[in-house]
Design a protein around this ligand. Sequence first.
Ligand code: ADP
Ligand code: MG
Length: 577
Amino acid sequence: MKHLSQMAFAQRRATLLLTLASVLIGAAIIGQSYYFVAIVERMFLDQESFQEVVPLLFGLLAVLAGRALFTWLHGRTGVSMAAYAKSEFRKRIIHKFSKNPVQASLEGQSGRKVSVLMDSVDEVDGYFSQYIPQMISTAVVPLMILVVVFTHHISSGIIMLITAPFIPFFMAIVGVMTKKKSEEQMEKMSAFSGRFLDTLQGLTTLKLFGRSKKQRDTIEESSLGFRDATMDVLKVAFTSSLMLEFISMLSIGIIALEIAIRLVVYESIPFFSAFFILVLAPEFYLTLKEFGSAFHAGRGSSGAAKQLVEELEREDQSMEWGQKAIEGSQPPALELDGVTFAYKKGQTFQLQELHAVMPANADVAIVGRSGSGKSTLLNLIAGLMKPDEGTVRINGLPLNEYAEREWFDRVSYISQHPYVFAGTIEDNIAIGGRGAHTREEVERAAEKAGIAELVESLEYGYDTPVGEAGRGLSGGEKQRLAIARAFLKRPSVILFDEPTTGLDLKTEQILQSSIEELSKTSTVITVAHRLHTIRNADQILFLEDGKLVGQGTHEELLQTTEAYRRMVHVQQGGDSA
Ligand code: ADP
Ligand code: MG
């Protein structure tokens, strides 16, 4: 919340405008009451003619118009404040995610993440358009009313001063109570929908085994649970608004009673003051109550905002890049020098002090069980994240001394789930390249990646839209698309995360021969699952739980590393099965 309020008050002009509008609204409320009371007094007590009070009527009209105008101004400022804050948030998100060009083409996850973040920006709206403006007017308007009341009748002022804090106090209590209740309700809701879905999906099986009656009972039970939870939340919500109304009515009642006693019994207060205070009192409590609902809106959005801010600040596992150029166009040599990395401090998984030397043009395979850190290591080599300790070296120099562009112009990263953005197939291949490309070049790259046949069979060929709104692509097709990007780019380093799940034989052969062709002119690092890739590698890095437990060729590792032998054995068993 702190971060957000800083963002709000950084908008000096808007804050000032809100304060000004609040003062004007306060003045209009007081003026409105004043004219109203004055008219009543002059017409009914002083028995003045209608003509005499006409100027007062115009005054009242002007003040009413003013109040409407200032309220509009106040609301509009809040809305524009929210619009500004939202566009700031969006800019920061785009900036963050566009800083790293390869990240964008990496995994669909980043694309989905950006769109989720973009959407959640809208939830911040309530904070700026309601909470902040209401907070400012709550700080100003009741205070102005209080001052006016005090100047007319001290004891009414004192009553207001004493009763006012009860409203926010009750709001806070109710807020805390409903929060817990509505969380419970959300839980019950998801439990209910989960169970419902499970049952639907398993309906045939259940019928077959004659168990549908029992399931019906479970569903009934959990839907009743959900109903009760909802009713509980509503109960609390209704009780709370009742309480708030009750408090403000009671307070107004006390003020009225006190004034009435002064007016009728002691005759120690003029009619004008008494009536004036009585008209002002409800306005006083109304502003306080309005703050309550704005407070809830604000709290809802501050949750969304907190997530956003966290996401934006989580930024820096990414690299700071230098200026150097990579010499020559030859495939570079790579080296891991004590590379250590954890996603979060204290997380059990950690890559620990990896050392390895990968000569220029080598074919390196990273091997290990699922979760041993293979993809993580590939991300580190790609320069998508920076090691906590140690360095990745390229041709002997730390990776982060090179210029970002230099490096990313030379790398192709074919991840397990290459990102396909909304656009045509041609666009999606061309993004891999380093500049503008002709249709012929794109077609040749597609040909080499073994995707041309498929593309040409489509009605719109290379102009077929894919990605979010377009045609879906299978995992194998996406990887071939990524390889076509690589053929267009002709990288000197290839990072390839082999698919774990079985592709069809043809796709697998295409992937394999494409990578072999690309590897002639590049250093290749493959997260390998297939025995073929593993056997052919010049060097294997064998990972277990983030540690490098074996290093060498296939034959060497079979000799030296027991765990490796076992893994290969299992895999061979799996292959022949
Ligand atoms: P592999 O590719 O060998 O299957 P990964 O490198 O993907 O393994 O993951 C290694 C470990 O790091 C796993 O325990 C995984 O849960 C964890 N991990 C992977 N990505 C993240 C992430 N973005 N944040 C936190 N933990 C992660
Ligand atoms: Mg992996």
